[in-house]
Write a protein that binds this ligand. Structure first.
Ligand code: F0G
Length: 321
């Protein structure tokens, strides 16, 4: 019997690094899980390798997803590698430049929907019902199976779970995955999920019709994994809370300037939540995507460059002045 098809690019095994400045600020023992080190720069690859391999096994010729950007980049890359057609539907004008460049470079058909993520997801679900196309959003259980490996890695590295896991929440697939991983490992850390204030349906207990946040990756008003996520927060004696865009951007800048870690704004929500609400013991913040995904937000936020004439006096002044 031939082996199961495997479409892989070396996902996972991402760095888990201590965060001395954050530890100092919070009094907790804070660690960062750098998911931006995955092949396409986000945690989505952990699940996409499984979902696309399964799609091949099932004989699919094409894959499709709705996305705020990272799922699109990942799906496009794995489709390219697998020789499948890929189509991604993204909210028009609302995804970060790097993610759009990735999806286009990998040859996916990129469809800019005049609507938001929630509308896009409803439409691709209908599309996948009507046509033999594999849907690779996290409503696909194979995605969850792949993404749970983040929890295995953290437990392997510490020899046990941390006390608290801080994680940004959008469509709620990832927190569902981590909780499944911890449970299968026989562990139960507290899960602290954070949503952006303008896109916080789980915190408010009701869908948000027009979600808005600078953290475009988690600009989602009606998470598909709503119940799974709430179950994870309840069962782990954790919590789901909101952080403002200003708090997200402060954490984003702090990570870059004081920890040397460049993540995207949505990822910084995990640290913003930790700083705002606190946590005790050993804490892992999941930094879900790389900062290079969203150069525009970085440039809007960061300091300006120093112009300089090409002579030593000017250079001395520029460097030391
Ligand atoms: N962080 C980043 C960088 C993301 O791209 C996402 C989700 C999340 C956190 C939240 O994860 O949805 O499993 O709760 N991005 C999806 C996408 C929605 O289309 O790329 P979640």
């Amino acid at each position: 019997m031939p082996a199961d098809p495997l479409v892989t690019m070396g996902e996972g095994d991402t760095p888990l690094v201590p965060a001395p400045r954050l530890s100092e600020l919070t009094g907790a023992d804070v660690w960062l899980k750098l998911e931006g080190a995955n092949p396409t720069g986000s945690f989505k690859d952990r699940g996409m390798t499984v979902a696309v391999s399964a799609a091949i096994a099932e004989g699919a010729e094409a894959i499709v997803c709705a996305s705020t950007g990272n799922t699109a980049a990942s799906a496009a890359a794995y489709a390219a590698r697998a020789g499948l057609r890929g189509a991604v539907i993204v909210p028009e004008g609302k995804i970060a430049t790097g993610k759009l460049a990735q999806a286009l470079m990998h040859g996916a058909r990129v469809i800019a929907l005049r609507g938001n993520f929630d509308e896009a997801l409803a439409l691709v679900r209908e599309l996948a019902r009507r046509h033999p196309i594999a849907l690779v959003n996290s409503v696909n259980d194979f995605r969850i199976e792949g993404q749970k490996t983040g929890a295995f890695e953290v437990c392997d590295e510490f020899g046990e779970a941390p006390d608290v896991l801080c994680i940004p929440v959008g469509n709620a697939g990832n927190v569902t995955s981590w909780w499944k991983g911890f449970q299968e490992y026989g562990e139960a850390p507290r899960l602290h999920g954070y949503q952006a204030e303008g896109a916080a349906p789980l915190v408010q207990g009701a869908p948000v019709e027009s979600p808005e946040t600078v953290a475009s990756a988690i600009r989602i008003g009606n998470p598909a994994r709503w119940e799974d996520a709430m179950n994870a927060f309840t069962s782990s004696r954790g919590e789901v809370r909101a952080v403002s865009d200003a708090e997200i951007l402060d954490a984003y800048s702090l990570l870059g300037a004081r920890e040397g870690v460049f993540c995207e704004p949505a990822s910084a929500a995990s640290v913003a939540g930790l700083l705002k609400y606190g946590a005790e013991g050993r804490v892992v913040c999941v930094l879900t995507g790389h900062g290079l995904k969203d150069p525009q937000t970085a440039m809007n936020r960061a300091g300006s460059v120093v112009p300089c004439e090409p002579d030593i006096g000017s250079v001395e002044e520029a460097v030391l002045g």
